[in-house]
Ligand binder design. Structure first.
Ligand code: CA
Length: 238
């Protein structure tokens, strides 16, 4: 049975989520703060996904997800954010959340997002009967395996978050074309075009650390000043 950990301090909401997710066949546990969630998610915890509220007593949802990622836990995290604060979404991505849903949300949407996260996890495990739409890309001595969400350079392996992998794939699929920051915000992330674009720049900085021999002099993930970014696989652009 697929196990979900719901981290939410508002008891009525947590219980509602538990009831409804159990009704569609998940096994659901509830934590009402970040500390206990981190405890339950340590070691061989057996959870397949986490639904994590941003607003929690003590540790925030952001702190919980970044603590998880820091200790190498890559359980998929769906973050519940406040609709009025797009910066929450960006902060969540940067902390290592895989997806987000602004509150209040339709339960059907939450279930669809969860299924998406779980499906992706199944691809990465290579389970039978699950289609594999994502590819492997090689360039500059690196291999990006979008199924395993992993980047390999020689013996070194780096695990990509869903957001990192999605942004990278988005740029790679448009190789040689300039992709505007606003396009990334609106088309890839579903945010309003007036959202602060600095989050994208932070992602690019991180991806360059993985992809570039000299991150300060990128040859693959290029900045197009004032507009956005462009991916090129061949490192012949000076
Ligand atoms: Ca809350």
């Amino acid at each position: 049975m697929t196990r979900i950990l719901v981290v939410e301090d508002e008891a009525h909401l947590a219980e509602g989520l538990k009831f409804n997710l159990e009704a569609v066949g998940y096994s659901v546990d509830v934590s009402d703060d970040g500390e206990s969630a981190l405890e339950r998610l340590s070691g061989a915890h057996g959870f397949d996904a986490v639904v994590l509220d941003v607003m929690l007593p003590g540790l925030s949802g952001f702190e919980v997800v970044s603590a998880l990622r820091e200790r190498g836990e890559f359980v998929p995290v769906l973050m519940l954010t406040a609709r009025s604060r797009p910066e929450d979404v960006l902060q969540g991505f940067e902390a290592g959340a895989d997806d987000y849903l602004p509150k209040p949300f339709e339960l059907a949407i939450l279930e669809a997002r969860l299924r998406g996260l779980l499906r992706r996890r199944e691809w990465s495990r290579g389970e039978q009967g699950v289609p594999k739409p994502l590819a492997t890309v090689e360039f500059g001595g690196r291999t990006i395996d979008f199924e395993a969400m992993e980047l390999r350079a020689g013996d070194r392996k780096t695990r990509l978050t869903t957001m990192e992998a999605d942004l990278l794939r988005y740029l790679i699929e448009r190789e040689g074309r300039v992709v505007a920051r606003k396009t990334i915000l609106t088309e890839l992330w579903g945010l309003h075009e007036d959202t602060d674009t600095r989050a994208i720049d932070n992602f690019i900085v991180r991806l360059r650390r993985y992809l570039e021999d000299v991150p300060s002099r990128p040859k693959h993930l290029l900045t197009v000043r004032g507009v956005g970014y462009k991916f090129v696989s061949a490192a012949d652009n000076g």
